[in-house]
Ligand binder design. Structure first.
Ligand SMILES: O=S(=O)([O-])[S-]
Length: 131
């Protein structure tokens, strides 16, 4: 009985201490799947590279929010009021976008998908970019 009570107390303590975002799972899809998702027309696509990288070539319709900018989080929050819409994030090879996806989820976004391999994988697969 004592063991069960201790377990219950620890469970309650963990529930209070561990933020819900710690359980959020970021989706990490490959280029083929991302291409399918974009074609549904439901996704907002965010390019988190620098303006220079974006201008050199990006996915059609992608919006640019530089992960390295000081106001990255504020800009994202003020631009995207609906945190339940589906979002895709990508960068050059997948590191900044994965970090960005984590930030978005911490901000309360509920449906964020990272493009595995970034625009390098996208271009390697022969997918189009616009300038
Ligand atoms: O774009 S990157 O952070 O993966 S090099």
């Amino acid at each position: 009985m004592k063991g069960k009570l201790l377990f219950f107390k620890l469970f309650i303590l963990a529930a209070l201490v561990i933020p819900v975002s710690a359980f959020a799972e970021i989706k990490d899809d490959d280029v083929a799947k991302i291409d399918e998702l974009i074609k549904t027309g439901k996704y907002i696509v965010i390019d988190v590279r620098t303006k220079e990288e974006y201008n050199a070539g990006h996915l059609a319709g992608a919006l640019n929010f530089d992960y390295y900018s000081d106001d990255f989080e504020d800009s994202i929050e003020s631009q995207f009021k609906n945190k339940n819409k589906p979002y895709i994030v990508y960068c050059r090879s997948g590191k900044r976008s994965l970090a960005s996806a984590e930030i978005l989820e911490e901000l309360g976004f509920t449906n964020v998908t990272n493009m595995k391999g970034g625009i390098l994988a996208w271009e390697s697969a022969g997918k189009p970019v616009v300038k």
